[in-house]
Design a protein around this ligand. Structure first.
Ligand SMILES: *[C@@H]1O[C@H](CO)[C@@H](O)[C@H](O)[C@H]1NC(C)=O
Ligand SMILES: *[C@@H]1O[C@H](CO)[C@@H](O)[C@H](O)[C@H]1NC(C)=O
Length: 208
């Protein structure tokens, strides 16, 4: 008898438990440090947990001959609050994902086609690099500058998994030469020649 009472009370208490399984992003809300506010559960569907956008190659007809297709929380609301996200890299022969950092996440890169030379620079200014083939993984610790370059003559594809729903992406050359960082201050703070700075700004669209 006592067992039954205990079981009943357990069932009643768990059926009223308020464990929050997920928090699909309501992208109309403001993003805070812990993500977006949750979409009302009644409106959540299976599609919120699926992102088909990485199934097609990105467009590599551009200055870097490469494409990064993100599946961060802004594209894939289902990852909100779960501490992970993904991206697809398509790199045409000769293409490059220029030096960049993800201020908010570690990255795990899995090559699925072709060969990629990838590497990062540690805080101690040591370069760790490797040419990866299909099926090989490399990790890039949070915040460190890193790059990926197509190795060989064929197109390369890789998928990246990040340890945050909002890894952030800052490309070093874009920060310097696609921004309104003034040329005198760039030359002063980077020791680069101003002719080179102006040339790169003209290519990447920087001002100032
Ligand atoms: C890829 O991008 C280029 C340059 O923006 C554009 O001309 C081309 O139409 C795009 N290709 C596809 C398949 O969308
Ligand atoms: C760069 O542009 C932003 C947005 O227009 C502006 O707020 C900022 O003050 C500008 N910075 C400089 C150094 O001009």
């Amino acid at each position: 008898m006592l067992h039954i009472v205990f079981l009943l009370s357990l069932i009643l208490s768990t059926s009223h438990a308020t464990v929050q399984d997920f928090c699909v992003a309501d992208l109309k809300g403001a993003e805070g440090p812990s993500g977006f506010p949750c979409k009302t559960v009644a409106y959540v569907t299976s599609d919120d947990f699926v992102y088909p956008g990485l199934s097609e190659p990105g467009n590599t007809t551009n200055i870097i001959s490469a494409a990064v297709s993100p599946a961060f929380v802004a594209q894939f609301p289902g990852v909100n609050g779960l501490g992970l996200s993904a991206a697809r890299l398509d790199i045409a022969p000769g293409g490059v994902i220029p030096l960049h950092t993800h201020p908010g996440a570690n990255e795990l890169l899995l090559v699925s086609q072709g060969h990629i030379t990838a590497g990062f620079i540690s805080s101690a200014n040591t370069v760790y690099q490797k040419t990866l083939k299909r099926g090989e993984l490399m990790v890039f610790p949070q915040g460190l500058l890193h790059f990926q370059v197509a190795a060989g003559k064929s197109k390369a594809v890789a998928f990246a998994i990040f340890s945050s729903a909002s890894p952030g992406l800052q490309i070093l050359d874009f920060a310097l030469f696609a921004s309104n960082f003034s040329t005198p201050l760039i030359t002063k703070t980077t020791f680069l020649d101003s002719t080179l700075v102006k040339k790169l700004k003209a290519v990447l669209g920087g001002s100032g």
